[in-house]
Design a protein around this ligand. Sequence first.
Ligand code: GLP
Length: 238
Amino acid sequence: MKVIVCKDYAEVSKEAYKVMKEVMTSKEEVVLGLATGSTPIGLYQEMAKDYKAGNVSYKNTKTFNLDEYVGIDRNHPESYYTFMNTNLFEHIDIDTNNTILPYGDTAKDCADYEASMSACSIDLQVLGIGGNAHIGFNEPGTSFDSLTHIVDLQEATIKDNARFFDNDMSKVPTQAISMGIATIMKSKKVILIASGANKADAVYGMVKGEITEVVPASILQNHADVILVVDEAAASKL
Ligand code: GLP
């Protein structure tokens, strides 16, 4: 695993974009795995900025997102579908037919999503990390063999995400559909970005801890091509 420590969030976003640009310019038809949460927003802004400067095009790019809440309308302001449109897709030249997010709550919805991904393979998977080291919405205890599945969100995650729902935990969906850990591990390259002292324990567990399902991100130690881009606060326990 390659670890890049940056002084602050702005630098994390710029370093992450360097990795993204290298992949985007390496071939014609790139497949990206994308994440939500506040951490990738700076990276998405860098992508939009460089697209507007005419340096990169997403015309032939296809994207798959990690996850989506169960039980909220796609057009809900806090759905990940809305998040991706407002934070990235509206600002680049991607064909929205090629921006694919999981949706639904049945085993068939999960199998269909997995099938749509297995037709291609993800060149670069962007990941954030939860305070409890979850990746996607794969909470501690999720099997490393998991494919796309329905997840019961843990209380810690509901609490973390309440900030997007008027700080009201009762408004946060309690379930999500998420790519599984085995799905994520199939990507050719992974970039995980983290910022802030509240991620320091999770980052430590991911890089230096035992590889265990209790710390979902620790599985990335077994992936051949992972780049971790963190700020000093998130790296403080390494
Ligand atoms: C959510 C998302 C994750 C994300 C995590 C951290 O739970 N499902 O993909 O990594 O939040 O979010 P943030 O970047 O806002 O700290």
